[in-house]
Design a protein around this ligand. Structure first.
Ligand code: GLA
Ligand code: CA
Length: 694
């Protein structure tokens, strides 16, 4: 068997192509097969970045009539012009697919997640499906960038309305929106950012929900308040523009410091656990900067959010956004979200579970279908990830430790990846042109993907078994499963516990597929299926041998959450983190990956970035950093009564579609409006008090 590992990247690729053409010997990599073309139905209309929004004062402002009558005229709220910032964010009409809209109606979401509470900055989920996206606002914004021409791609301004770099590129001064208010009327400003940064991101006892750590913004980075509306970043690198993506959802979306700070252990007698749980799901009207505020929660039933009377975005006519008065979140299952969206009892779904593709397509094709459905690029993917920490992350027992050592053995990883029959796995989810062979690494749907740099170990069970033997594993007791060598973990069968998210049919089907295929290899895999929140907790604390995980944005966009592509910090990788007070015990190829990511972050040269990502893809797939399982396109399902849905919106790229469609700009024409609002003509009440304000 030849060893290509020491040859240069190009030689490896050209050699492996010709070898694969003759015959694929065991463990001899090939180039990833060309995915069958999947024509995305929605054609994206590409636009210039500055054609989307601007910040300016308008001659007059408007709001729904009932807000003026019931709240302003009765003295419950100041006039709209006084609730808006000096220069609000203005969405340009030219970028709105159907133009400026009218007020009314609600968007009925259905989700499979459940809320832990409202303390996002301390790591609590609100149940996903776009709840947190609707109530958080972040320094910058990236979801809508899917429509921006690639050469122009830089995060959009948001809470940070503008920024400039110092001459040497080490300092970034950000100007915040001036005079904007939280949904309870309290002023928003630099203090909110500083609380998030100092007491949440930098405090090692607090882990914000989407995994922001100091390394997310570059090791050694500092943030300083200059005045109420100005902050200054200092970076070790010059011009690390990449971090502007980390300032978008979900890693720089500050919470209301006037509410959170008094509960933080540094300023109270609370423990960190008490701080985290100080805002349970029953706590209503948590102040937000987003367009809607949670006003009602019934366990396993519904969360209702009403319009934020202090929202700081408007259209060019001066209409305060959002147009939609309400968002509803029915607490059900993710599969039900598809069913209800096509049936018309829900309004929105990211069709992402292939098991539902055929039925959904059939219904959507009917003339009477209440919803439109459009597929986008192949950006949904799944990986099997191995826990690479051999120095204690997750406190493994003897068996667990032995397994970590195996995971770190390249022959073992090759055995596993070669035993995955990706064609069969894809077909088991859905027949047809949807799923593609996915060796792992960057999604084939991103602009950074390079097929020729994607090393693929074709399905070869015999070869896989040979690799397993090379890793020192034999079935010593003849029961069909390989054993640890005598002296390791009692020489027992190698038993691998794979962590799986039980909330999704697809995750469970894929997991069962992996169990069956590994059995043929002689590896016994048992599933640890948990609900999403428990799965995340087990993932973050390293309590798994293997992890089956739907891809996150670092693989669908590369520029969003880039630090998650490799262990660049102690807590940035999904499957290789440091134990408490420890270091990440990186393997040599992981160090190379980290170097590449650091260079990618530091450079401004686009060609160099493209090249670096080719190297990343080559090294990570060759050494099997992750075991790719399958990838496929998703479809956005939205009820036909909504206007302003940008054509071709992918369900997932820089962020989920709940961000990319810009919900605060969606509207329903007067003759199509439905009486779905559960709290008509009501606004959010006082923080912590029950129910909305009449
Ligand atoms: C879940 C869903 C996705 C999307 C996100 C938004 O993960 O599966 O389709 O709605 O929530 O956070
Ligand atoms: Ca055995």
């Amino acid at each position: 068997m030849r060893n290509f590992r020491n040859l240069g990247i190009l030689t490896v690729l050209s050699l492996s192509v010709s070898v694969a053409a003759l015959h694929a010997y065991a463990a001899e990599p090939a180039v990833a097969p060309e995915p069958a073309p999947f024509p995305a139905e929605g054609k994206i209309k590409y636009v210039a970045r500055d054609s989307i929004l601007e910040f300016k004062a308008l001659p007059e402002y408007h709001e729904p009539d009932w807000v003026t009558k019931k709240f302003v005229e009765t003295g419950k709220l100041p006039p709209v012009k006084d609730r808006l910032p000096r220069e609000p964010l203005v969405y340009k009409t030219g970028n709105m697919p159907d133009g400026a809209g009218v007020y009314g109606d609600t968007m009925r979401h259905v989700i499979g997640g459940r809320p832990e509470g409202w303390n996002y900055g301390a790591g609590q989920t609100q149940g996903w499906g776009g709840i947190d996206i609707g109530l958080s606002e972040c320094l910058t914004r990236t979801g809508p960038l899917f429509q921006v021409e690639a050469k122009d791609t830089e995060p959009l301004p948001n809470l940070a309305r503008s920024w400039e770099w110092s001459k040497d590129g080490h300092k970034l001064t950000m100007h915040l929106i001036e005079g904007a208010k939280w949904s309870d009327g309290a002023p928003f400003g630099a203090d909110d950012l500083m609380f998030y940064w100092e007491d949440e991101v930098l405090d090692p006892n607090v882990s914000p929900l989407n995994g922001a750590t100091p390394e997310t913004f570059g090791a050694g980075t500092t943030l300083k308040k200059i005045d109420d509306y100005t902050v200054e970043w200092t970076f070790k690198e010059a011009f690390p523009k990449q971090y502007l993506y980390a300032m978008a959802y979900g890693t720089f979306c500050p919470g209301p410091s006037h509410i959170l700070k008094p509960q933080h252990p540094k300023y109270s007698k609370n423990t960190y656990e008490q701080f985290k749980n100080a805002f349970p799901p029953e706590y209503m009207n948590i102040p937000v900067m987003g367009a809607w505020v949670p006003v009602e929660y019934r366990p396993d039933d519904i969360i209702v959010m009403r319009r934020n009377p202090y929202y700081w975005k408007v259209d060019e006519k001066g209409n305060q956004l959002p147009y939609l008065n309400e968002l509803q979140y029915k607490l059900s299952t993710w599969a039900d979200r598809d069913v209800q969206a096509v049936a018309g009892s829900g309004d929105f779904s990211n069709l992402e579970q292939p098991e539902n593709f055929v039925a959904s397509l059939r219904r959507a094709a009917e003339k009477t279908a209440p919803a439109r459905l459009a597929f986008g690029p192949r950006l949904i993917g799944y990986n099997l990830r191995m826990n690479f920490s051999a120095n204690g992350w997750g406190n493994p027992d003897e068996r667990g430790q032995a397994l970590r050592e195996l995971n770190r053995n390249e022959d073992f990883r090759k055995a596993v990846t070669m035993a995955v029959d990706r064609k069969a796995i894809g077909d088991s989810l859905v027949k047809g042109p949807f799923t593609a062979i996915y060796p792992g690494g960057i999604s084939s749907g991103t602009s950074f993907y390079d097929r020729k740099s994607t090393v693929y170990y074709p399905f070869d069970l015999k070869g896989a078994k040979a690799e397993l033997a090379k890793a020192g594993l034999k079935d010593t007791d003849g029961d069909g499963f390989v054993n640890f060598p005598a002296g390791t973990a009692g020489g027992k069968n190698v038993e691998i516990v794979m962590l799986v998210n039980n909330d999704y049919t697809t995750d469970k089907s894929l997991a069962e597929g992996v169990v069956g295929q590994m059995e043929k290899l002689g590896l016994r895999v048992v599933l640890n299926g948990l609900n999403g929140n428990q799965r995340d907790a087990a993932n973050y604390s390293g309590r798994f041998d293997w992890l089956l995980r739907r891809n996150d944005t670092e693989l669908s966009s590369v520029v969003q959450n880039t630090e998650q592509l490799a262990p660049v910090g102690p807590r940035t990788s999904w499957n290789h983190r440091a134990p408490e007070n420890g270091e990440v015990d990186m393997m040599p190829y992981e160090k190379e990956l980290v170097d590449i990511i650091n260079k990618f972050t530091a450079t401004q040269d686009n060609d160099e970035r493209v090249n670096l990502m080719k190297q990343f893809q080559k090294i990570s797939t060759e050494h099997v950093y992750t075991v790719g399982l399958t990838e496929y396109p998703g479809a956005l399902i939205i009820n036909k009564r909504f206007s302003n849905i940008p054509e071709g919106t992918p369900i997932f790229m820089f962020n989920w579609a709940e961000d990319s469609v810009v919900r605060e700009r969606l509207w329903v024409a007067a003759d199509k409006q439905q009486k779905y609002e559960l709290f008509p003509e009501q606004l959010p009440g006082k923080p912590g008090e029950k129910g909305p304000l009449n």
